[in-house]
Ligand binder design. Structure first.
Ligand code: M6P
Ligand code: ZN
Length: 179
């Protein structure tokens, strides 16, 4: 049997490198990096006056997404990392925007690398609950459930995520009605 390293006609980049200690992807093609600052997180925290009074360039969290197939492709997965900085806006911890999936029945895994967090979940009836995040915790996010992560510790909260490439992000529902 002849084993090829990578088929010559391969459509996709299929190997990237993770720094598992840091929970980060090494920068490479197909890895998109985004930064969310306090200034960008309008109407996410309860106390808008407190948020506006803070330095708008303060980084709340950073996201990397490895998208080996085009966004919206059915049957594949995306892989991402998130680092939420420690901090508070008034009495609320720094947290991600949070989202439902556009295709509501799509699920996701979150895995904690480092730090102490809360995974906040909300179903379609707006019933809300949370799961503790700690190094090694692995979370299955069920269908039709919005998800958000808060850093409740003193060090950066580092996590990895895996979700279907046709899931999409619906941020509007959270922005309009909150969590
Ligand atoms: C995880 C995944 C991503 C998401 C990111 C930040 O890495 O769920 O899909 O974009 O967290 O969360 P949000 O999009 O809610 O800001
Ligand atoms: Zn998601």
């Amino acid at each position: 049997m002849k084993i090829l390293e990578q088929p010559a006609n391969d459509e996709f980049e299929r190997i990237v490198r993770m720094d598992w200690q840091k929970g980060l992807l090494l920068p490479q093609a197909n890895v998109h990096e985004t930064v969310k600052t306090l200034g960008q997180l309008e109407k996410i925290f309860l106390n808008e006056d407190a948020r506006r009074a803070m330095e708008p360039d303060t980084v709340v969290y950073r996201v990397q997404a490895w998208c080996p197939v085009p966004d919206g492709t059915e049957g594949a997965q995306f892989w991402g990392t998130t680092v939420v900085e420690p901090g508070q806006v008034d009495s609320e911890y720094f947290m991600t925007h949070g989202h439902f999936h556009q295709k509501r029945n799509r699920t996701e895994y979150y895995g904690t690398i480092e730090g102490e967090g809360a995974l906040i979940l909300m179903d379609a009836t707006r019933s809300t609950w949370k799961e503790p995040m700690f190094p090694g915790s692995l979370h299955f996010i069920p269908p039709n459930v919005a998800h958000r992560v808060a850093n409740i510790g003193k060090v950066p909260l580092r996590l990895v995520a895996c979700w279907p490439s046709d899931a999409g992000h619906d941020y509007d529902a959270i922005r309009k009605l909150g969590f």
